[in-house]
Design a binder for this molecule. Sequence first.
Ligand SMILES: N[C@@H](CCC(=O)N[C@@H](CS)C(=O)NCC(=O)O)C(=O)O
Length: 208
Amino acid sequence: MITVHHLNDSRSQRILWLLEELGLPYEIKRYQRNAETRLAPPELKAVHPLGKSPVITDNGRTIIESGAIVDYIIRRHGGGKLQPPADSAAYDEYQQWLHYAEGSAMLPLMLALYTSRLGEAAAPLRPRIDSELANHLGYINGSLKGKQFLVGNTLTGADVQLSFVGEVAGAFGLRAAYPDMDGWIKRLHERPAYKKALEKGGAYAYGS
Ligand SMILES: N[C@@H](CCC(=O)N[C@@H](CS)C(=O)NCC(=O)O)C(=O)O
């Protein structure tokens, strides 16, 4: 049985969604962010030294990093669902998105989040952050033009993994400028498995 160590308002929500899409049994262990600092509680460090979420435990193993977790769950437990065949060109594209979400696209969003707390002191950084936001959100938007999903014609783990980028962009009011990305997020949010995961996960600031 997979255990998801789930932090409220966090990237672990998409792991619950993935498990619901696959119809797999799982257990949720809940952790609450500190209301003031928004940091994870120290108990998460007992699961993994980084103390971040998501982290899953499965059969005595502990896996961190949402992209690696999405890949692990689909590869080991997915029964061929939610990923293209491993020898296809689509699989390479799928892997690219799995890495890209946290490796590249989240960086300008995190910088925007952190520098928003600095007020005017952040002014010298803002043009670069804004141009990188436009670069990445524009790339994602362009990749979704005329498409329902990122890779092929069905949902894959790539959509699950990259959805957090679109959701956080929405929290910054940046989605309307990228209609194809916006439409994609709205469609994902309509999925029964997404809604069920929201019910199970509890408070999630990025689900609209
Ligand atoms: N790149 C990592 C990021 C993990 C991460 O930073 N998670 C945040 C929640 S979205 C967290 O645990 N924050 C609480 C903290 O740093 O104390 C992943 O995708 O899993």
